[in-house]
Design a protein around this ligand. Structure first.
Ligand SMILES: [Ca+2]
Ligand SMILES: [Ca+2]
Ligand SMILES: [Ca+2]
Ligand SMILES: [Ca+2]
Ligand SMILES: [Zn+2]
Length: 365
């Protein structure tokens, strides 16, 4: 085959790969539309976000989670704004019941941008307002029993806020992978009884595409028991990861306290499915260990049933299956949790280590 043709083909493929390995943003004649500064202040309404209230602390947590990104960009949050409005040259956050703003949405990020040519291209984000709908049943609780993805009654405020601040950072909706810029409320981490909101690998990668990698240190790998399901318009939809038999058939199961619990037998060879993410700056080769636990909190003190290695670039979440054998000395009829801890040997200095373990519930036949 012609040598030049091969080179051109390789270049073409690498360009395509770059395109698919990315979150989505707006462009102006090929330039990514973003803030002109790497630090942007959001001003919270003093009526909607009373200092000391649970929504105010939840808002600060959401900002912090977005700031757990490996790019140069950070938001800062200023409380006590006594006057908020659209297109007033201030970035603001408030709760509203105004259908002209929300059009039925649970929340919206309104952004004003410029893109024009005047002896060169001029482009950027000028203002973003994030408005939450007072009619949405938000909760600031991260207790599983409160939250939609675990059978609870309310939508997690933090996941929706992180999604909107993702827009404020410059990201558009993304429906190709498990990611916060799709359906936000089941983009979540859980270990034990408390869930945790987070930005996630794809949006972290998007932040670096827009603003460049931080010159400081930001490394973070994580596990979650959610994965990509499909698309709903511009949004990705997500579902819990599952347990399979050795032939990749999903094990029989039932819903137990809002989560799917799989039926497994002693000595059965099963496949545990989880999603691993690299939310940090650098490519990582990390160790992972698999455990069986008599409660839903997986730690390195639980019973070890396997170890392995993962290589994780920062691009998209990696959903994988791992073959494990259910121990023969478990008690029939009892509930257990099969889980994993990524970086169990703590070899990696991480910004966040509370997102390294997760589980899938089982009951022994
Ligand atoms: Ca204001
Ligand atoms: Ca404003
Ligand atoms: Ca445990
Ligand atoms: Ca971590
Ligand atoms: Zn959105």
């Amino acid at each position: 085959m012609n040598r030049n043709f091969l080179v051109i083909t390789a270049l073409f493929i690498s360009l395509i790969t770059l395109e698919v390995n990315a979150a989505k943003w707006r462009e102006c004649n090929g330039n990514k539309i973003k803030w002109g500064s790497n630090t942007v202040t959001m001003h919270a309404s003093n009526v909607s976000f009373v200092p000391g209230s649970s929504f105010t602390s939840s808002l600060q947590t959401s900002i912090n989670r977005v700031n757990d990104n490996p790019s140069k960009f950070n938001f800062s949050l200023a409380l006590g704004d006594s006057s908020v409005g659209r297109n007033n040259n201030q970035n603001e956050i408030w709760f509203s019941n105004n259908p002209d703003i929300l059009d039925g949405a649970p929340a919206i990020a309104l952004s004003w941008r410029h893109c024009y040519w005047l002896f060169g291209w001029h482009y950027g984000i000028d203002e973003v307002d994030v408005v939450f709908n007072v009619a949405t049943n938000y909760t600031t609780s991260m207790a599983k029993t409160s939250l939609w993805p675990f059978g609870g009654p309310a939508r997690p405020f933090q996941t929706t806020a992180i999604h909107e601040f993702g827009h404020a950072l410059g990201l558009k909706h993304e429906n190709r992978w498990y990611n916060i810029m799709g359906q936000d409320w089941d983009h979540i981490h859980v270990n034990g009884n408390t869930a945790r909101s987070y930005l996630g690998e794809d949006a972290a990668d998007g932040s670096v595409h827009l603003y460049g990698a931080t010159t400081g240190t930001m490394e973070d790998v994580s596990l979650t028991n959610f994965k990509y399901q499909g698309t709903s318009g511009e949004y990705s939809t997500h579902q819990p990861t599952r347990m399979y038999n050795s032939s990749d058939a999903v094990l029989s199961s039932f819903i137990d306290e809002g989560e799917r619990r799989y039926r497994a037998s002693k000595n059965q060879t099963v496949k545990l499915e989880l999603t691993a993410e690299n939310n940090g700056k650098s490519y990582q080769e990390v160790k992972i260990a698999y455990y069986i636990s008599s409660n839903s909190t997986i730690t390195t003190l639980d019973r070890l049933i396997g170890t392995g290695n993962l290589t994780l670039g920062r691009n998209q979440p990696y959903t994988f299956k791992r073959t494990l054998v259910i121990p023969g000395d478990l008690t029939s009829g009892n509930d257990y949790w099969v889980g994993a801890v990524i970086d169990y040997d703590n070899a990696l200095g991480e910004t966040v280590s509370s997102n390294n373990a997760t589980y899938i519930p089982i009951r022994i036949n």
